[in-house]
Design a binder for this molecule. Structure first.
Ligand code: ATP
Ligand code: MG
Length: 251
């Protein structure tokens, strides 16, 4: 029996008069792929922004490895080992792959003095990036390739690779395949499954694509109008039933 990694209890979030989340609670076990589904405005992005430190919950709490979290910023969540890949990828077009992987965390050379001067240790960043991405079976021609010249699937792979490099606990992916073609979608889904199977990584994935959801999920969490209305095990459901819960045909 896998241990619980993340446990949410009665999370509420209001924006002025709008109650985006009205008491959401569920658990994610280590090594599980959990998908978060729901119609537009159901509260999915709001929930992941709370877990990733962008918003503070109005009330309710969550535990990571049984330790209460009170993130005041995304940096706090990242320090705790939670990495988020947003739908609109925060890759910098003008930089190469290695620079993107190290964005904001540039390893500097020469300890204190190096840090002081702010010299980036490019050779070691590139070496580490190449090692990390090939361990993840991410096929990028070279860490020195500019992001501008990469396909959507390659960019998504780099963004997930970056998250994997730093996310020791939980990877949160918001619509990872929304902008991708069939073949690229397949590559990204395979990568997520492989990271779970080979590295025991834990994922929380938002998706509107029922085929993707049904394919990769171990467990499906359905939100409707800010409420957690159903948890479905993949082995006990099907895409039609998931859609029925999302739309409210089933409740
Ligand atoms: N910063 C904000 N200020 C005010 N209201 C917000 C804010 N963020 C979200 N909301 C509201 O909270 C509700 C939930 O929004 P949220 O973005 O979490 O939905 P979602 O499930 O991610 O939808 P989608 O599938 O369209 O991305 C909506 O009514 C939205 O308008
Ligand atoms: Mg959203």
């Amino acid at each position: 029996m896998a241990e619980v990694l993340l446990s949410l209890d009665n999370i509420r979030k209001s924006f002025g008069a709008v109650e985006a989340l009205k008491g959401v609670g569920f658990t994610i076990k280590k090594g599980e792929i959990v998908t978060l589904v729901g119609d537009n405005g159901a509260g999915k992005s709001t929930l992941i922004k709370i877990i990733s430190g962008v918003h503070e919950a109005t009330s309710g709490s969550f535990l990571l490895n049984n330790i209460p979290c009170s993130f005041k910023s995304p940096a706090d969540a990242m320090d705790a080992g939670i990495e988020t890949v947003y739908q609109h990828l925060a890759l910098i077009e003008e930089l190469d792959v290695a620079d993107n992987v190290y964005l904001g965390r540039e390893s500097t050379r020469g300890g204190f003095l190096g840090k002081l001067i702010g010299l980036l240790d490019r050779p070691s960043m590139r070496r580490e990036t190449h090692k990390a991405l090939s361990e993840l079976h991410i096929k990028i021609p070279a860490p020195t390739l500019g992001v501008k010249r990469m396909s959507g699937g390659q960019r998504q792979a780099v963004a997930i690779g970056r998250a994997m490099t730093w996310g020791r606990q939980l990877l949160i992916l918001d619509e990872p395949t929304a902008a991708l073609g069939v073949e690229e979608t397949e590559q990204v889904l395979r990568m997520i499954e492989r990271l779970r199977d080979e590295k025991g990584m834990t994922f929380l994935v938002i998706s509107h694509n029922m085929q993707d959801v049904y394919r990769i999920a171990d467990k499906i969490i359905v939100l409707r109008q800010g409420r957690h209305i159903k948890t479905l095990k993949k082995s006990e459901t099907n895409p039609q039933e998931i859609v029925a819960y999302i739309t409210g045909a089933l409740s």
